[in-house]
Ligand binder design. Structure first.
Ligand code: FES
Length: 142
């Protein structure tokens, strides 16, 4: 006689559910147990939206992500400054691969997230360009 799945097995089969993200109606896999994203690649913007020296912000699944174009490369970080956790990094001054928060002047390396003259660390996000689209990869930490 086949056994009925336990309640733990039932939960496992529902571990990943789909969640709409605000950016562009893409679907993100969301781990309902850990309340985190599973690895997901999401179209977040068009290349034409990025202007040299200026950032933009897009919200994916409730997380603000800042995007910058630096020397032809698209770089993405969480938009929250570690100083006061405000979502303002997209308004930063951009010089080379460094951004300076408009609030109090803390600076960070965009590629690594390392502080230049700050006490915190940014969270870089993998970004790639495919044709005219920009994709970011979100994992369990994002
Ligand atoms: S909030 Fe960014 S430097 Fe203060």
């Amino acid at each position: 006689m086949p056994s009925r799945p336990t309640s733990h097995q039932d939960k496992g089969s529902e571990l990943l559910r789909k969640k709409k993200c605000a950016a562009d109606e893409q679907t993100v896999l969301f781990n309902a147990h850990s309340n985190q994203y599973a690895m997901a690649k999401i179209k977040i913007a068009d290349v034409a939206e990025l202007k040299r020296g200026r950032g933009i912000v897009r919200t994916v699944g409730g997380v603000d992500i800042a995007l910058f174009s630096v020397d032809g490369e698209v770089l993405a970080v969480h938009n929250y400054c570690p100083h006061q956790h405000v979502s303002k990094l997209h308004e930063s001054v951009v010089e080379g691969g460094t951004i300076t928060c408009p609030m109090h002047g803390w600076s960070f390396d965009l590629r690594t997230g390392a502080p230049v003259n700050a006490n915190g660390q940014l969270k870089p996000i993998a970004a790639e360009v495919r044709g005219t689209d920009i994709y970011v990869t979100l994992d369990d930490d994002h």
